[in-house]
Design a protein around this ligand. Structure first.
Ligand code: C5P
Length: 401
């Protein structure tokens, strides 16, 4: 069991169960997690910030208005940093504020500003727990994607007996371990590029291509579901970031995409280049809108764009490289050629122009690698992406063995 390098944000709200959260920090760190603690003002009446600071080895934040802390790791950075947010204990009050989408303190603001999955460990008196207002708020939060852990039943600090005891630290720790899954890509850093690139001609015109970004976004979603820490570098598309994707970098041109991909890949184990990168860009980008010259042709001179995959494969320390090849004919030959020429570990080829590929919901792929291939028949892009991820995980393990 490991949480090595996993980044967990622990929100502590004001309940007596906060004393158990001290133990929780220790148990998370035993498994290698990085833990940062944020407390509500009420929580500090139960446990001192210094206790969590010592246990987590990190500064503890108790307010949105701490200038020094904001200058170090601001709340938006903290929201992005977190891979999981666990609120333990979660009081009836914090549950109500989260359900309403309030951002009136640091914890609620972080929860709104973060893409990380939210876990709640409620702790309250059994009468409060049974109140329909609390249950309705939890139902809302579940609908928004939060996971409610517990509570357990038994003797309570106030003397009552019933439901509302916070789960034990080891139970909460195990829930977090399970949340990262034992997926095929657990613990690996994966970078995915997706969508088209746009190369500007002038302030209103560009050269682009018909990529919708759907396949790349599906690959990013599948890799995250398989336990990877995913960075998605997206060209100009209007798609929502898939759940579980840790970081999204939006770019426009091939040159911008190259910068973002190379930077992200410095730490990555696997790169999947699903973007349809433009091969050429105008040599000159006009500062003002080009005027039509009646009766005359317009000649645009184009310069070759850098090949992102090839530039990665030229590096001595490089991730496992997966390319895509969209071809209109002779797919196998062109795909194998690209596998060799670009120095890839795997290529996913599809035939475009027969109602498949661009802008469609379905696709079909053939995967090629050195010494093998696999046919992934026509299906929706989400299913196809999961199958692709399974093959990538297998080949990655072989390559690293
Ligand atoms: O050569 P072609 O564009 O067909 O190759 C497609 C593959 O190469 C895709 O994985 C694409 O993301 C990648 N590519 C790239 N940089 C380019 C052009 C394509 O990484 N400039």
């Amino acid at each position: 069991m490991s949480l090595a390098h996993r980044r967990i944000l622990l929100g502590v709200s004001g309940g007596i169960a906060a004393y158990k959260s001290c133990e929780l920090v220790r148990r998370l760190r035993d498994l290698g997690a990085e833990v940062r603690v944020v407390m509500t003002g009420s929580a500090t009446h139960f446990v001192g910030a210094a206790t969590f600071q010592a246990l987590s080895g990190q500064p503890v934040r108790t307010s949105l208005w701490d200038e020094q802390a904001e200058a170090a790791m601001g709340h938006i950075e903290l929201a992005r940093w977190a891979e999981r947010i666990l609120i333990a204990p979660a009081t009836a009050d914090v549950i109500a504020r989260l359900a309403q989408g309030h951002a009136d303190d640091l914890i609620t603001t972080l929860c709104l500003a973060s893409a990380a999955p939210l876990y709640l460990a409620p702790a309250m008196n059994q009468q409060m727990w049974a109140h329909p207002a609390v249950q309705a708020n939890l139902a809302t939060l579940r609908r928004h994607g939060a996971t409610v852990l517990g509570p357990a039943a038994g003797e309570q600090a106030c003397g009552d007996v019933g439901s509302g005891r916070m789960l034990e630290p080891l139970e909460l720790r195990d829930a977090l371990v399970a949340s990262f899954g034992h997926g095929e890509l657990a613990g690996l850093k994966v970078v995915v590029s997706a969508g088209p690139t746009f190369e500007d001609i002038d302030p209103v015109r560009f050269i682009g291509n018909r990529s919708s970004g759907k396949m790349g976004f599906a690959v990013a979603a599948a890799a995250a579901a398989a336990g990877a820490q995913v960075t998605l570098v997206a060209g100009p598309v209007s798609l929502a970031t898939p759940q579980g994707v840790m970081q999204r970098i939006d770019v426009r041109s091939a040159a911008q995409m190259q910068v973002a991909v190379l930077e992200a890949c410095a730490q990555a184990d696997i790169y999947v280049g699903a973007a349809a990168v433009g091969d050429y860009r105008p040599v000159c980008v006009a500062g003002q809108k080009l005027k039509k010259q009646a009766g005359a042709d317009l000649v645009l001179q184009l310069a070759e764009n850098p090949d992102i995959l090839a530039s990665l494969s030229a590096q001595s320390k490089r991730p496992f490289l997966v390319g895509f090849a969209a071809e209109t004919h002779d797919v196998a030959n062109y795909a194998r050629g690209k596998l060799e020429r670009k120095g890839l570990d795997m290529i996913a080829a599809n035939q475009v122009g027969e109602g498949l590929g661009f802008e469609t919901a379905d696709n079909a792929l053939t995967l090629y690698w050195h010494g093998g291939e696999a046919e992934l028949p026509r299906t929706d892009k989400a299913t196809l992406a999961r199958q692709l991820v399974t093959h990538v995980a297998e080949r990655y393990k072989v390559a690293r063995a």
